[in-house]
Design a protein around this ligand. Structure first.
Ligand code: PXL
Length: 280
């Protein structure tokens, strides 16, 4: 039977990230994907100024109430950027309500990058993100978010032992089965590291560093990872597939010559992701 996923992210109208990435990527992975939008923005909040941002917390309560009246079940739950502090409790309730024995819950604690919280986030929301991580099987913080979750000072270039230590502590502190940290550099390659609490195994996948600041790559990577895990890939295989997919999307973006703030050309890398996860 076709697996079903609920994606809980904002809708940024312009600048590929969050729902405009998660929905097409999960669909390409063959998953029936539903959305619960957390906020409506004219653009993402990185590098654009003058953007609009409507927090959808009140509407989400009504949407969740209607969902509860329908015979819905989800095999995967995937959360990202949130619109308000109050919303975190609501999203936690949705995760708890739809979690079944075999449900995969992936929480991407989207809140910061390059050592700084995003413009719409507060310290209280950052603490709340930790509570949401406690409900996850898999969490996918970037380096900044990992440091915030662990109350550690931001280190932009930790060595492998420090990365491993962070992953282990994240699993212990939040009770997750697996953790991926994105934006990790090893042997001159930029990518992501993974840790499995049950086996203690670690993994790293990376690609050549490309010039520029790319927006939305965390969402591209996490969505590809969710797709691979939902298709039954091991953490290591899903991690490699997601990193290759993200790197290819960045290469297409540079080849297209579009300004980087519009997000990466993941559309052109979807066939690669589908091959990597064994669809075509
Ligand atoms: O890609 C993460 C993200 C999601 N949603 C919004 C953002 C960002 C990062 O800046 O601004 C609105």
């Amino acid at each position: 039977m076709q697996k079903q996923v609920l994606a809980i992210h904002d809708l940024s109208c312009v600048g590929r990230c969050s729902l405009t990435v998660a929905l097409p990527v999960l669909s390409a992975c063959g998953l029936h994907t539903s959305a619960l939008p957390t906020a409506l923005l004219s653009t993402h909040t990185g590098e654009f100024t003058g953007y609009t941002c409507l927090d959808l917390t009140q509407e989400m309560k009504k949407i969740a109430a209607h969902f509860a009246a329908l015979p819905l079940r989800f095999d995967g739950l995937y959360t990202g950027f949130l619109g308000s502090f109050e919303q975190i409790r609501l999203v936690g309730d949705v995760l708890e309500k739809y979690h079944q024995q075999n449900t995969l819950t992936l929480v991407d604690p989207v809140m910061a990058d390059h050592g700084r919280l995003y413009a719409t986030y507060t310290q209280a929301m950052a603490e709340g993100m930790g509570e949401l991580c406690r409900l996850a099987d898999v969490i996918v913080p970037n380096l900044t978010e990992a440091c915030i979750l662990l109350h550690r000072p931001y280190d932009p270039a930790p060595g492998w032992d420090a990365v491993r230590d962070m992953m282990e502590e994240l699993c212990q502190r939040f009770g997750c089965k697996q953790v991926i940290i994105t934006g990790v550099e090893q042997h001159g390659l930029l990518g992501a590291s993974g840790f499995c609490a049950a086996t203690g195994e670690t993994a790293f996948a990376g690609g050549e560093k490309l010039p520029g600041i790319f927006y939305g790559t965390g969402d591209v990577l996490a969505s590809g990872l969710m797709g691979g895990l939902m298709r039954g890939l091991t953490l290591e295989k899903a991690l490699h597939a997601a990193v290759r997919f993200t790197h290819a999307a960045m290469e297409h973006t540079l080849a297209n010559g579009l300004p980087l703030r519009y997000g990466v050309a993941f559309e052109q890398a979807l066939p690669l992701l589908m091959r990597e996860i064994g669809i075509s």
